[in-house]
Design a binder for this molecule. Structure first.
Ligand SMILES: Nc1nc2c(ncn2[C@@H]2O[C@H](COP(=O)(O)OP(=O)(O)OP(=O)(O)O)[C@@H](O)[C@H]2O)c(=O)[nH]1
Ligand SMILES: [Mg+2]
Length: 393
């Protein structure tokens, strides 16, 4: 079975008051009993993510949440986890229920979505019981509202159409090789298959780049670094672009014909999964750190660190080599990203293969709002090894 990594899926969250029918709506959309449904308010107590295939979109993941009107000590924690889900989603579905005359909580969440730059589709719950408050909700939130029913299926085709339209308008879905290549280009990929490469498969950035090039009707050719000279001499013309693993950047740079445009998988992924301009500006600040600076290294996933782990070993080593042993390096992973980044002179974020682009951008926004420079592993390593000026973005 071919599966799509969760981080590449379109993320949709369902929000609403307790008992609005959020879980029922997910079950109706997926045609499966994904979430427990009951008439007890507060049935869903944590965010539950479910992979689905949606017409017109393909691979998506949909998150059921606890009601945003929950209260009490436990309720507050649930609302907190619902609020955190905003950073991960590309689209919010808000299921309206109750009295539109008291829309304070809906307005508060409308602001939260706007602040995170997340588009919202408003739905009115239980249209099978009569969509009486449709106009009132529409004017309370100044928004279009679609009446839906998880029981009769009313409104669901319209909802799916709106989801597909939001998906196709989403500027956050980046074309990995963007304007660097065009149809018909020969693109050379240098992919070392050393001890750090997983057995029997390619890593995600390589797979995604290959697929992107094929979709764009380019002609990717690939080799391990050892075969690069022979491959180059077998081509009639130099390739339009060379994409290499950054580990072998200097030798690749030396072997390709002068003037050939060169980039690395990690640099392409830095744009694909983040804000390349902010990361490049961050790299300039990185090179200007002092001996007593404090650096935060942030990893998206909580993996078991390997021997030559980039975040824990390679990057701190490169940093200390350049700035001395007094440099303070803190490492956090998963959701432990600090709310207050002000103690740090710079944040270096991992490539975020396990995060959505929007999730990374929410961290970039946070760092910028606090005036703390941020860059990512790929750009930081390129800067520290001096190859940044030779790369196309
Ligand atoms: N008539 C009707 N009842 C619905 C509809 N959707 C949900 N219900 C009922 O409303 C109740 C609450 O549904 P849930 O799907 O559990 O609601 P929820 O928003 O997930 O609730 P919490 O997880 O407690 O926040 C259940 O009794 C459902 O059967 C609908 O479209 N029409
Ligand atoms: Mg529920």
């Amino acid at each position: 079975m071919i599966t799509t990594a969760r981080s590449s899926r379109y993320h949709i969250g369902i929000f609403g008051r307790r008992n609005a029918g959020k879980s029922s709506l997910i079950n109706a959309l997926t045609g499966q009993q994904v979430s427990i449904v009951s008439d007890v308010a507060g049935t869903t107590t944590d965010v539950v993510w479910k992979n689905i295939e949606l017409p017109g979109i393909g691979a998506a993941v949909i998150g059921d949440t606890a009601g945003y009107d929950d209260c009490g000590p436990l309720g507050d924690m649930r609302v907190d986890s619902t609020r955190r889900a905003i950073a991960r989603i590309d689209l919010a579905l808000v299921l309206l229920s109750g009295n539109p005359a008291d829309a304070a909580v809906e307005k508060e969440w409308q602001q939260l979505f706007a602040k995170a730059d997340v588009p919202v589709i408003y739905l009115l719950a239980r249209s099978d019981e009569g969509a009486t408050a449709l106009q009132e909700w529409g004017s309370a939130l100044s928004a279009d509202v679609i009446p839906v029913s998880a029981v009769t299926g009313e409104g669901l085709p319209q909802l799916l159409e709106r989801i597909a339209a939001c998906h196709s308008n989403d500027a956050n879905i980046e074309d990995i090789t963007h304007s660097l290549v065009k149809a018909g280009d020969v693109v050379l990929l240098v992919m070392p298959q050393d001890a750090q490469a997983p057995t029997g498969r390619l890593i995600m950035p390589q797979v995604q780049t290959l697929r992107n090039l094929l979709d764009k009707h380019c002609m990717p050719v690939c080799c391990a670094p050892e075969e690069l000279p022979r491959l180059l001499s077998s081509l009639k013309e130099p390739p339009a672009l060379v994409i290499t693993d950054s580990q072998v950047f200097p030798q690749v740079k030396q072997q390709i014909p002068q003037g050939t445009r060169l980039t690395s998988f990690s640099v392409l992924m830095a744009r694909h999964k983040g804000d390349i301009d902010t990361f490049r500006a961050g790299a300039t600040r990185l090179l200007a750190l002092g001996g007593n600076s404090r650096v935060l290294i942030a990893e998206a996933c909580t993996h078991i660190p390997a021997n030559e782990d980039i975040g824990r070993v390679k990057l701190p080593r490169l940093l200390r080599k350049r700035f001395g042993d007094n440099l303070q390096v803190d490492i956090v992973s998963g959701n432990d990203f600090p709310a207050d980044l002000s103690p740090y002179d710079i944040v270096i974020h991992c490539g975020a293969c396990m995060f959505t682009r929007r999730h990374v951008l929410s961290r970039v926004r946070q760092a910028r709002a606090q005036g703390v420079p941020i860059t990512n592993y790929g750009i930081a390593i390129a800067a520290l090894t001096g190859i940044l000026p030779d790369i196309v973005y």
